[in-house]
Design a protein around this ligand. Structure first.
Ligand code: ATP
Ligand code: MG
Length: 565
């Protein structure tokens, strides 16, 4: 599953063809153009991997450009988080960090040029009137009464719009295209609006701001982008971008649209994610349940696993939902190779080994990673009082339950066979508070010399040595598979999963984890992969996030696929 050969897809086929035709002298230049109005999510990762990946593959360059034309929603903290996330994913834009706001002067001059060419005019209609006159898919729009203003008058008014002579929203600059064009975006779209808003970079320098549609294509052109890769919803904008570039007569990037990524049981829209943060439905952008890069990082995902995922899902022209299980499988496969195994008990049940000496402590050798002998071994202490997992014992087990039960023998990993001889309960509640067991000293290391078999191997910790810990288990953020696809106007938050977080505060982990560094990753035997929380963990009291369980449904699906080949 690792990345070896770059994947072929329709975009690389287009680029190959352009190179064959010596278009742009064979150069390839792409860009990742986020708007700094939120944190990046896994959908953006797809775009990042694609744009930076293609640039690397064709020995070209990829720019990082902030498309920051919306002063009300953009902030410098988002710029910083975006840079951190792109870097963390493993990509480098070197000195090519650009901002659409750095082009405001040039975009203004482009607009003046269009006016002079008779291709843009100042319109006095307000936003409601403009949209009311736009028409519909079946009805043509109506022409603005100001559409035939002279070039001189529009130039004068545009200058005065910039100078602050008119109130917000009272005038716009519009392209002069065709009010009966079948594509509604071509019906004299707005290029500039008046807004007295403070911009996080240009401060109060500008009173007029370009629309996204006006800024985007021209910014690509100014940067000499050869292949402007964007998501499918921009397909209908392409004729507009073509029109603008052609009338300005400037470098014309080739726009290519691909299907945006949707992942099951989550939403990938910054607006919705921001709403979850603002309403306190999650603890922040970096809540480990969030599909944001910062959330995935805190959860324990690795850059390599996200890159592999983006490579595996491919690039298509049709929208579809990718199963979250695929992302989980990618991180499992990555972590499996190098993450050390340890033992931790999530819901401890006290076990007293009645025939083990009171004051004896043994150091037993445990393997750090059976997949990687080079990772060596460590010692774990064993003593008379242990904890095992509460759910590994049943007093009255059903047929298929092979773990510990009264009178039954099981193996403790790296230790001994033990047999349950007595169950102690709280006399009032009836709750099981302790098990009394015997151990067989001849089974040290977990093997029986007489060939006796047991059907289960349990993880455990020594009560006196174990470290108290908190462990956070996660389920999907939403209960609905297509949580991101709910109709406009319906309550998408109704599908939030009330059980997406389970915090277990009474856990006990082996002593080697006492000072596990924040961000370090571990496999708890039988329980999954865990990452030490970077915010809440403290020396002596670690907090672990479960990245993913060990359960791997995809392995079976892939195996079945191979068998069918
Ligand atoms: P959102 O819908 O989450 O607000 P956006 O498209 O408005 O996303 P931008 O900051 O404009 O966010 O996105 C930057 C780049 O990332 C764009 O080129 C966009 O096409 C791409 N992108 C955003 N979401 C996805 C996605 N789900 N799958 C693939 N690419 C995406
Ligand atoms: Mg966008």
């Amino acid at each position: 599953m690792s990345q070896t050969e770059p994947k072929r897809h329709f975009i690389s086929a287009i680029i190959d063809e352009d190179i064959r035709n010596n278009k742009n002298e064979g150069r390839v230049k792409t860009r990742f153009p986020p708007e700094p109005n939120g944190y990046l999510h896994i959908g953006h990762a797809k775009s990042i991997c694609l744009n930076f990946g293609l640039a690397a593959q064709y020995h070209g360059l990829c720019n990082l450009r902030f498309d920051d034309t919306n002063p009300e929603t953009e902030e410098a903290v988002y710029v910083e988080s975006i840079k951190e996330d792109v870097r963390w994913l493993g990509f480098d834009w070197e000195d090519r960090e650009f901002y659409a706001s750095d082009y405001f002067d040039r975009l203004y001059l482009f607009a003046v040029d269009l006016i002079k060419k008779g291709k843009a005019y100042v319109c006095d209609l307000n936003a409601d009137e403009v949209s009311e006159q736009r028409g519909t898919l079946t009805q043509p729009g109506r022409e603005s009464p100001h559409r035939n203003r002279s070039v001189e008058e529009s130039l004068d008014l545009f200058l005065r719009m910039r100078a602050g002579e008119f109130p917000d929203g009272s005038k716009t600059l519009r392209a002069r295209i065709d009010m009966s064009h079948p594509n509604l975006l071509m019906r004299d779209p707005v290029l500039y609006r008046i807004r007295r808003a403070h911009h996080y970079r240009t401060a109060d320098e500008w009173l007029i701001y370009p629309t996204y549609d006006w800024a985007h294509g021209q910014s690509d052109s100014l940067e000499g982008i050869t292949h402007s890769i964007c998501t499918l919803e921009f397909e209908v904008h392409r004729p507009l971008y073509d029109w603008m570039l052609d009338h300005l007569g400037i470098h014309h990037p080739r726009q290519i649209e691909f299907a945006r990524l949707s992942v099951s049981h989550t939403v990938l829209s910054k607006r919705k994610l921001l709403e979850l943060v603002k309403e306190g439905r999650v603890s922040g952008w970096d809540d480990p349940r969030m599909p944001t890069i910062t959330g995935l990082r805190r959860r324990g995902y690795t850059p390599a696993s996200i890159r592999t995922f983006c490579d595996l899902i491919g690039v298509a022209k049709v929208n579809s939902i990718v199963d979250m299980a695929l992302l989980e499988d990618c991180v499992r496969e990555d972590l499996n190779r190098y993450v050390p195994r340890v033992m931790g008990v999530l819901r401890p049940l006290r076990v007293v080994i009645v025939n083990y000496p009171e004051d004896k402590i043994e150091e037993l050798e445990a393997v750090n990673n059976p997949e990687n002998a080079g990772m060596g071994t460590r010692n774990v202490p064993f003593s008379r009082v242990l904890y095992i997992e509460r759910e590994d014992f049943m007093e009255d087990p059903p047929k298929k339950f092979f773990r510990l039960a009264p009178g039954r023998e099981v193996r403790l990993r790296y230790a001994y066979f033990i047999k349950c001889v007595e169950v102690i309960k709280d006399p009032r509640s009836g709750e099981i508070t302790e098990l009394r067991c015997t151990y067989d000293p001849a089974t040290r290391g977990g093997d029986s010399p007489d060939g006796r078999k047991v059907k289960a191997t349990l993880h455990w910790v020594s009560a006196a040595h174990a470290v108290p810990a908190e462990v956070r288990l996660y389920d999907t953020l939403f209960t609905k598979r297509d949580a991101g696809e709910v109709e406009e106007g319906s309550d998408w938050k109704a599908n939030l999963n009330p059980k997406s977080l389970e915090a277990l505060t009474e856990c006990r982990v082996e002593p080697s984890l006492r000072d596990a560094p924040p961000g370090s990753r571990w496999q708890f035997e039988r329980l999954g992969y865990f990452c030490v929380d970077t915010k809440d963990s403290k020396p002596g009291h670690p907090v672990f996030n479960r990245t993913v369980t060990l359960h791997d449904p995809w392995a079976n699906i892939r195996k079945a696929g191979r068998e069918n080949e």
